[in-house]
Design a protein around this ligand. Structure first.
Ligand code: SAM
Length: 160
Protein backbone atom coordinates (compact mmCIF):
# COMPACT_ATOMS: atom_id res chain seq x y z
CA UNK A 1 0.00 0.00 0.00
CA UNK A 2 1.37 3.44 -0.88
CA UNK A 3 1.94 5.96 1.89
CA UNK A 4 -0.76 8.09 0.31
CA UNK A 5 -3.27 5.24 0.60
CA UNK A 6 -2.11 4.58 4.15
CA UNK A 7 -2.56 8.27 5.07
CA UNK A 8 -6.07 8.34 3.57
CA UNK A 9 -6.93 5.16 5.51
CA UNK A 10 -5.73 6.75 8.74
CA UNK A 11 -7.78 9.90 8.19
CA UNK A 12 -10.97 8.02 7.41
CA UNK A 13 -10.36 5.62 10.31
CA UNK A 14 -10.08 8.59 12.67
CA UNK A 15 -13.30 10.12 11.41
CA UNK A 16 -15.18 6.80 11.44
CA UNK A 17 -14.06 5.77 14.92
CA UNK A 18 -14.78 9.17 16.50
CA UNK A 19 -18.24 9.19 14.90
CA UNK A 20 -18.77 5.61 16.06
CA UNK A 21 -17.88 6.50 19.64
CA UNK A 22 -20.17 9.55 19.49
CA UNK A 23 -23.07 7.42 18.18
CA UNK A 24 -22.65 4.17 20.14
CA UNK A 25 -20.90 4.78 23.45
CA UNK A 26 -22.49 7.29 25.79
CA UNK A 27 -19.62 8.97 27.61
CA UNK A 28 -19.61 9.40 31.38
CA UNK A 29 -21.82 12.44 32.05
CA UNK A 30 -19.00 14.54 33.45
CA UNK A 31 -15.35 14.91 32.58
CA UNK A 32 -13.17 16.47 29.90
CA UNK A 33 -11.85 15.05 26.66
CA UNK A 34 -8.08 14.84 26.20
CA UNK A 35 -6.54 15.16 22.74
CA UNK A 36 -3.08 13.58 22.99
CA UNK A 37 -1.13 14.99 20.03
CA UNK A 38 -2.90 18.11 18.74
CA UNK A 39 -0.83 18.37 15.54
CA UNK A 40 -2.64 20.36 12.87
CA UNK A 41 -5.84 20.21 14.92
CA UNK A 42 -7.94 18.19 12.47
CA UNK A 43 -9.13 15.55 14.93
CA UNK A 44 -9.42 18.25 17.61
CA UNK A 45 -11.78 20.11 15.26
CA UNK A 46 -13.78 16.90 14.73
CA UNK A 47 -13.96 16.26 18.46
CA UNK A 48 -15.31 19.78 18.96
CA UNK A 49 -18.04 19.07 16.42
CA UNK A 50 -18.90 15.67 17.89
CA UNK A 51 -18.85 16.76 21.54
CA UNK A 52 -19.70 20.48 21.55
CA UNK A 53 -20.51 20.60 25.27
CA UNK A 54 -17.26 19.10 26.56
CA UNK A 55 -14.09 20.81 27.58
CA UNK A 56 -11.30 19.47 25.35
CA UNK A 57 -7.73 19.73 26.60
CA UNK A 58 -5.06 19.23 23.95
CA UNK A 59 -1.42 18.21 24.42
CA UNK A 60 1.57 18.65 22.14
CA UNK A 61 5.24 19.61 22.17
CA UNK A 62 4.41 22.85 20.38
CA UNK A 63 1.26 24.61 19.31
CA UNK A 64 1.17 24.11 15.53
CA UNK A 65 -2.57 23.79 14.92
CA UNK A 66 -4.36 25.70 12.18
CA UNK A 67 -5.68 28.93 13.68
CA UNK A 68 -9.27 27.78 13.18
CA UNK A 69 -8.68 24.78 15.42
CA UNK A 70 -6.34 26.16 18.05
CA UNK A 71 -7.52 25.55 21.62
CA UNK A 72 -7.86 28.39 24.10
CA UNK A 73 -4.57 28.86 26.00
CA UNK A 74 -6.00 27.31 29.16
CA UNK A 75 -6.92 24.18 27.17
CA UNK A 76 -3.50 23.59 25.62
CA UNK A 77 -0.69 21.81 27.47
CA UNK A 78 2.74 22.28 25.88
CA UNK A 79 5.63 19.89 26.34
CA UNK A 80 6.52 16.22 26.35
CA UNK A 81 3.27 14.37 27.07
CA UNK A 82 5.09 11.71 29.04
CA UNK A 83 5.77 14.47 31.60
CA UNK A 84 2.95 16.99 31.08
CA UNK A 85 0.28 14.29 31.09
CA UNK A 86 1.17 13.10 34.60
CA UNK A 87 -0.81 15.81 36.35
CA UNK A 88 -3.91 14.76 34.35
CA UNK A 89 -3.76 11.16 35.56
CA UNK A 90 -6.75 11.65 37.83
CA UNK A 91 -9.36 9.20 36.54
CA UNK A 92 -11.63 12.01 35.37
CA UNK A 93 -11.54 12.07 31.56
CA UNK A 94 -14.62 10.95 29.62
CA UNK A 95 -12.68 10.36 26.40
CA UNK A 96 -9.00 10.28 25.49
CA UNK A 97 -7.91 10.34 21.86
CA UNK A 98 -4.22 9.62 21.28
CA UNK A 99 -2.68 10.14 17.84
CA UNK A 100 1.05 10.05 18.52
CA UNK A 101 2.16 7.06 16.47
CA UNK A 102 5.09 7.82 14.18
CA UNK A 103 5.14 4.89 11.76
CA UNK A 104 8.56 3.92 13.16
CA UNK A 105 8.32 0.73 15.20
CA UNK A 106 11.30 1.55 17.44
CA UNK A 107 9.96 5.00 18.37
CA UNK A 108 6.42 3.71 18.88
CA UNK A 109 7.77 0.94 21.13
CA UNK A 110 9.19 3.62 23.44
CA UNK A 111 5.85 5.48 23.48
CA UNK A 112 4.10 2.23 24.34
CA UNK A 113 6.19 1.87 27.51
CA UNK A 114 4.19 4.75 29.10
CA UNK A 115 1.12 5.63 26.98
CA UNK A 116 -1.25 2.77 27.97
CA UNK A 117 -0.72 3.42 31.70
CA UNK A 118 -1.19 7.15 31.22
CA UNK A 119 -4.39 6.82 29.19
CA UNK A 120 -5.87 4.27 31.61
CA UNK A 121 -4.99 6.55 34.51
CA UNK A 122 -6.55 9.61 32.88
CA UNK A 123 -9.91 7.96 32.18
CA UNK A 124 -12.92 7.78 34.46
CA UNK A 125 -14.59 4.38 34.80
CA UNK A 126 -16.65 3.84 31.64
CA UNK A 127 -14.59 6.42 29.74
CA UNK A 128 -13.46 5.68 26.20
CA UNK A 129 -9.94 5.60 24.75
CA UNK A 130 -9.35 5.96 21.00
CA UNK A 131 -5.81 5.46 19.75
CA UNK A 132 -3.72 4.97 16.67
CA UNK A 133 -1.38 2.76 18.71
CA UNK A 134 -2.69 -0.33 20.51
CA UNK A 135 -3.16 0.25 24.24
CA UNK A 136 -2.55 -3.08 25.90
CA UNK A 137 -3.64 -2.53 29.52
CA UNK A 138 -5.65 -4.60 32.00
CA UNK A 139 -7.83 -1.58 32.78
CA UNK A 140 -8.82 -1.06 29.15
CA UNK A 141 -11.39 -3.38 27.58
CA UNK A 142 -10.96 -3.58 23.79
CA UNK A 143 -14.18 -2.68 21.94
CA UNK A 144 -15.33 -4.43 18.75
CA UNK A 145 -13.66 -3.24 15.57
CA UNK A 146 -15.56 -0.67 13.53
CA UNK A 147 -16.60 -2.37 10.28
CA UNK A 148 -15.04 0.22 7.97
CA UNK A 149 -11.67 0.16 9.76
CA UNK A 150 -9.09 -2.41 8.83
CA UNK A 151 -7.75 -4.66 11.64
CA UNK A 152 -4.88 -2.95 13.47
CA UNK A 153 -5.41 0.51 11.94
CA UNK A 154 -7.11 2.29 14.87
CA UNK A 155 -8.22 1.09 18.29
CA UNK A 156 -10.84 1.89 20.91
CA UNK A 157 -11.35 0.72 24.49
CA UNK A 158 -13.60 1.23 27.49
CA UNK A 159 -12.08 1.93 30.91
CA UNK A 160 -13.03 -0.89 33.29
N1 SAM B 1 -4.51 14.17 15.21
C1 SAM B 1 -3.76 15.35 14.78
C2 SAM B 1 -4.52 16.06 13.68
O1 SAM B 1 -5.60 15.60 13.30
O2 SAM B 1 -4.04 17.11 13.23
C3 SAM B 1 -2.39 14.96 14.29
C4 SAM B 1 -1.47 14.52 15.37
S1 SAM B 1 0.18 14.28 14.80
C5 SAM B 1 0.13 12.75 14.00
C6 SAM B 1 1.03 13.89 16.27
C7 SAM B 1 1.34 15.09 17.11
O3 SAM B 1 1.72 14.62 18.39
C8 SAM B 1 2.52 15.91 16.59
O4 SAM B 1 2.12 17.26 16.50
C9 SAM B 1 3.62 15.73 17.62
O5 SAM B 1 4.34 16.92 17.90
C10 SAM B 1 2.85 15.31 18.85
N2 SAM B 1 3.60 14.38 19.72
C11 SAM B 1 3.97 13.11 19.43
N3 SAM B 1 4.58 12.55 20.47
C12 SAM B 1 4.60 13.48 21.45
C13 SAM B 1 5.12 13.51 22.77
N4 SAM B 1 5.73 12.43 23.29
N5 SAM B 1 4.97 14.64 23.50
C14 SAM B 1 4.37 15.72 22.95
N6 SAM B 1 3.86 15.77 21.71
C15 SAM B 1 3.97 14.65 20.97
Amino acid sequence: MSRLDSFINRMSAQRDILNHVRDHYPLPPEGPIFEIGLGNGRTYSHLRECFPDRRIVAFDRKLAAHASSAPAPQDFVEGEIRETGQSFVKGTAALVHADIGTGYDDKDAVTLTWLPDMVAGMLATGGIAVSGLPLDHAGLEPLPRVETIREGRYFHYRRR
